[in-house]
Write a protein that binds this ligand. Structure first.
Ligand SMILES: [Zn+2]
Length: 250
């Protein structure tokens, strides 16, 4: 799906002009227009047939088409920076459009809202699923600079011991964040707690047994998809536009 800001594709005669310039090269190149999202531009062929395959969105960039014949003739040595810049723009646009699709494909979900009773949520999860284990303490970990771009984020942390303890990343504590995702992080940490209570020699943290327990969380699929879809805002410390949320899971 194209995003609204995508440029109109190049008129057919524009493509013909590029194709003619490529055909005039010695040796001649054939232009193939692709709609393949994995490889935006590729050069291939032998002494008989040479083809440059270009994604249709790249052909809508005048700077790119201006440099394409020289870039092809020089085997990528001339105009590399122009080609790279054009690729980046198209990739970013595809990425944004994929994200929109991921978000619209999510079933309705409920944001935390302005008041989260963490203790109540936690007691319910522990009581429903982990009552056979002692209940660790839970707390939010120390706040990070709200606007700081993070490169990775550890949503929850479990410490075993007599004073077992779960801590949650403060970026989960925002009104727009999905309730099922916060619950899922707590559930995940309680699975680590269960592991610590019933240790198996040589077991890794996210073992097969662990993954099996984790999948018992009733909204596992939604929570995992939600995490993928909204990770950029969680990393950036920004708030997404949530116009798409119309109904609530409960
Ligand atoms: Zn883990």
């Amino acid at each position: 799906m194209k995003s609204a800001s995508a440029p109109d594709s190049l008129p057919a005669d524009g493509i013909d002009t590029v194709a003619a310039s490529l055909a005039a090269l010695r040796p001649p190149w054939r232009l193939r227009v692709n709609h393949n999202h994995a490889t935006l531009v590729s050069l291939r062929g032998d002494q008989h047939q040479r083809t440059v395959s270009v994604h249709a969105d790249l052909l809508a960039d005048p700077a790119f088409i201006a440099v394409l014949p020289q870039w092809v003739a020089s085997n990528g040595k001339v105009g590399g920076s122009v080609v790279q810049a054009a690729l980046r723009i198209v990739q970013e646009r595809m990425h944004a459009s994929r994200r929109v699709n991921e978000r619209t494909a999510l079933p309705p979900w409920e944001p935390l809202g302005s008041v989260l009773n963490l203790d109540a949520m936690y007691s319910r999860l522990h009581g429903d699923w982990f009552a056979h284990t002692p209940k660790p303490a839970i707390a939010w970990s120390r706040a990070v600079d709200p606007g700081r771009q993070l490169t990775h984020i550890r949503f929850g942390c479990y410490r075993s011991g007599v004073q077992a303890r779960i801590s949650l990343h403060p970026r989960l504590h925002q009104p727009w964040v999905a309730r099922v995702f916060v619950e899922f992080v707590v559930f995940h940490e309680l699975c680590h707690h269960t592991q610590a209570c019933r240790p198996m020699r040589g077991e890794t943290a996210h073992s097969a047994r662990f993954r099996q327990w984790e999948r018992r969380y009733p909204h596992f699929v939604l929570a995992s998809a939600w995490e993928r879809a909204y990770l950029p805002e969680l990393l950036a410390g920004t708030t997404p536009v949530l116009a798409g949320i119309s109904s609530r899971t409960r």
